[in-house]
Design a binder for this molecule. Sequence first.
Ligand code: BYC
Length: 311
Amino acid sequence: RYEEKLAEFEARIARGEKIEPDDWMPDEYRRQLIRLIQQHANSEVIGALPEGTWIPYAPTFKRKKALVAKVQDEVGHGLMLYRAAETLGKPREEMIEEMLSGKSKWSLVFAYPAETWADVAIIAWLIDGGAIVNQTIMATGSYAPYCRALKRIIYEESFHLKHGFDMVVTLAEGTKRQRDMLQDALNRWWEPIIMFFGPPDTLSKHTPVLKRWGVKPKTNDEQRQIFLRKFVPQILDLGLTIPDPNLRYDEENDRWLYTEPDWDKFFDIIRGNGPMSKERLAVRRLAHEEGRWVREALEATGIARQLREAA
Ligand code: BYC
């Protein structure tokens, strides 16, 4: 009976056991995981675009090599995550179609433009830093294939963080123009970074069910606090100013206080109305069309079938 199966499923999660693809799971657990992992995969693929655009303009050969490697890593993360979502029964082609049609979401940070080289540094340091905070928590979650993918992703993201920090330090220790460029990038990225962790717990509709079933061990606001605790001191140490006059540490309650971002704006952006939302999708659609002949050739030669059978 459903109630008994559900009780056993919840008892397994309470014991800290992980759920594997062939195990029994409630339909809603499956639906939520597909939604979340699919959006995460989309974010990695779309997230390659703001930095990818800067590859031809990297200031040195060393920076260009590192940036190319990082962008390749992000696309690889997308593949690992689509694979993890596929274990729940949704074909990858369908997920990609939903991303291209705008039906399935991706992280709103990538709906913002990367205007200068300092944006590339801030993304690699603070967006990847935020992603590590989020993914380290999610990797302790209940669905085994997602956790396994996250462990591998975090390993690579940790290197991205070092690459980002090295770029930020170079700019922070550079000329006045470089420091101004860095401050300007931080000013523009601060609000999206705060939004990166999702709406406040009071507005987060999926958190209760995701927490109950151990997919999301910490809430959006808890994750945001961990990020602030880790990164605010480092940002200030670099001599940068954080563009929030209300940002301060509340010792009594052991938490950072900050100005709540404009959450109406957040919900509008994730509906596809960010400054770069349409352009990002148009570029992705173009890349997908340009790769069509490869997919067709793989099908026509039977290689695609062999790969599917081997997987
Ligand atoms: N952006 O109930 P809530 C990277 C949506 S890529 C857009 O709190 P949940 C990188 C949410 O989907 C890393 N939408 O949702 C790549 C929901 O809409 P729907 C990306 C957002 O799932 C390349 C609605 O708001 N990381 O690091 O409980 C280069 C209500 O929200 C966002 C992940 O994807 C957002 N930020 O919690 C560099 C991590 N936040 O579905 C770097 C995995 C919320 O009802 N995902 N929404 O239409 C998660 O941990 C969780 O899904 C979230 C949201 C914390 C993001």
